[in-house]
Design a protein around this ligand. Structure first.
Ligand code: SPV
Ligand code: MG
Length: 554
């Protein structure tokens, strides 16, 4: 439905309608968000905010139509544009209608000021009105020029503003109604509503009436409605409120020179992000831009106490174990950065004060002793949005492993080491529990194979997967797309709401491992893509692992 049609339908309903003046696209969005059904693209506020100029026809039609187009583009509700006097005579009015219709504007208002005009509100300025004939001619020209029959033309009389009296106002209103105006705007600078209410008492009702009570703000909506007014315009209050907000913020900033001092009185950045559509922008990026790691955030789960490595971990978590002068965490960060990931979150717990490298964001799971990885991950729940790389804090990996994972377009993808399949006979019985997986299309075992064309999906994962059935080992690295992160949050939310019962291999949700969540996603019918690698990583979980890392790493 066109906005011109929407405006017609809005005004066809019984009762008074309120439109609010916008000075730009953002203020228009706020007006819509506040629940108003109609925007007034005000000449007064556009001139004031965009050019800091008086409302006296200094802005050209082109400047005004551009401002109105931006306002229209930002909202789904209709916009009535204030076109002053039509920027000249009837010839100019015709082009004005053409341009505003092309811009998507639902209706325009044209006032019977001469060109150049003077704002109706300014006290003590010269006022001249166009003749009735001239203005009626402009209204006829406007009505003939419009292409869309639903487009509305409001004829505005300044007779009361100019002090020409009620009889003149009524005479002009009738003439403009006869010329084809869809509505009559009767403007008044009287300090009370008495003047416009007097107009309404004498008006024959042949066309709906519009008022702008800026200078008689005490009038109530119900009073105007009872008098039969159809449209009331709150023309400039949003701009005036914004100026007060800006001025107060500036006063505090000037006094304190400290940003924190204004934080309580300004909107959070996220609110601006919402109005300008940052999440829509991110979705477009994710769908259409080539995949890079630039927008991936890594979340490293480093809360656990690492008991299997005592006494090495007496005073530090596993991620701070030193291997030839650099910690596991240093080495992970180096690999992440080499792969283009610079946004890193660490969930700490055990010996949390020791994990404090600069440039990372930290979340603390202080209940690390009694809770599992999933609780640690959700300690950083607010970070679980966009593309997220999940990482155990005790693995070291070749950049090629991560690069392969980053190419995945799946909602959820995990890295699976296939070396397991060739080694399993040697490894069974297991010397320690491993996160084993069963997948749909594992590569053929034995020497040499090409990756399968078919996508390999996770079927089972966890430490209780029978080793003789396992087709690989989960290395502790997973990638969630924007939708995948949302899915993870939703699923966890459902599990929390459903109570804290067992989750797969865990006796309770609070103790669940990350693999229990992967299994839950699979069981709910979600596809988890398995990215195959062949070795290329180490885990530092036991003393033997640690010795091996010392031996292998430079
Ligand atoms: C405007 O908002 O630009 C108007 C209303 O035309 S007034 O400023 O009262 O003239
Ligand atoms: Mg105006």
């Amino acid at each position: 439905m066109t906005k011109a049609r929407k405006l017609r339908e809005l005004l066809d309903r019984p009762g008074l309608v309120a439109a609010v003046g916008a000075h730009d696209a953002l203020s228009a969005k706020l007006i819509e968000a506040a629940g108003f059904p109609l925007v007034w693209a005000s000449s007064f506020t556009v001139a004031a905010s965009q050019r800091a100029m008086p409302d006296v026809n200094l802005l050209t039609m082109t400047e005004n139509v551009e401002a109105a187009r931006y306002i229209h583009d930002a909202v789904s509700i209709p916009v009535i544009a204030d076109c002053d006097n039509g920027y000249g005579n009837a010839v100019n009015v015709i082009r004005t209608v053409e341009e505003y219709e092309k811009a998507g504007i639902a209706g325009i208002s044209i006032e019977d000021n001469v060109f150049p005009k003077t704002c109706s509100l300014y006290p003590g300025v010269r006022r001249e009105l166009a003749s009735v004939e001239e203005h009626a001619g402009k209204i006829r020209a406007a009505k003939r020029a419009q292409r869309d029959p639903d487009f509305s033309v409001i004829a505005r009389t300044e007779a009361l503003i100019a002090g020409w009296g009620m009889a003149e106002a009524l005479k002009r209103a009738h003439a403009y109604a006869e010329a084809g105006a869809d509505m009559i705007l009767v403007h008044s600078k009287a300090p009370t509503a008495a003047e416009v209410l007097g107009f309404m008492a004498r008006w024959d009702g042949s066309k709906p009436v519009v008022v702008v009570p800026t200078l008689y703000p005490s009038v109530r909506f119900e009073e105007l409605e009872a008098a039969g007014v159809k449209l009331v315009i709150f023309a400039n209050q949003v701009l005036r409120g914004a100026v007060k907000g800006m001025r107060e913020t500036l006063e505090v900033l000037q006094r304190t020179k400290h940003l924190q001092s204004v934080v309580p009185t300004i909107v959070p950045l996220e609110e601006i992000y919402r109005y300008v559509g940052v999440s829509e922008f991110k979705a477009i990026e994710a769908e259409f831009l080539p995949r890079t790691a630039g927008n991936v955030k890594a979340i490293i789960i480093a809360a656990g106490s690492g008991k299997s490595l005592l006494p090495l971990t007496e005073d530090r978590p596993k991620c701070l174990l030193d291997i030839k002068g650099r910690t596991v965490l240093d080495r992970q960060l180096e690999t992440l950065r080499a792969c283009g990931i610079h946004d890193v979150v660490v969930v700490r717990g055990y010996q949390k004060h020791t994990v404090n490298l600069p440039g990372l964001r930290y979340y603390d799971n202080d209940r690390y002793e009694e809770t599992g990885e999933l609780v640690s991950l959700f300690t950083a729940e607010t970070e679980l949005e966009g593309r997220v790389l999940f990482l155990y804090s005790d693995i070291l990996f070749d950049p090629a492993v991560l690069q392969k994972l980053l190419r995945s377009r799946a909602e959820v993808a995990i890295v699976v080491d296939r070396a397991w399949m060739d080694q399993r006979d040697r490894l069974i019985p297991l010397s320690k529990p491993l996160d084993l997986v069963v997948t749909t299309n594992p590569p053929a075992p034995g020497l040499r194979s090409l990756p399968s064309e078919a996508d390999d999906r996770l079927v089972r994962v966890g430490q209780r997967v029978p080793p003789d059935q396992a087709t690989g080992e989960f290395i502790g690295m997973a990638l969630f797309s924007e939708r995948g992160s949302g899915l993870l949050r939703e699923t966890y939310g459902h599990l929390l709401r459903a109570g804290h019962g067992a989750l797969h291999e865990a006796d309770a949700l609070g103790q669940a491992a990350f693999t229990d969540m992967l299994q839950e996603l699979v069981n709910q019918g979600r596809e988890i893509s398995c990215v195959s690698v062949y070795k290329g990583w180490l885990e530092i979980d036991t003393f033997e692992d640690y010795q091996r890392a010392w031996a292998e790493l430079k």
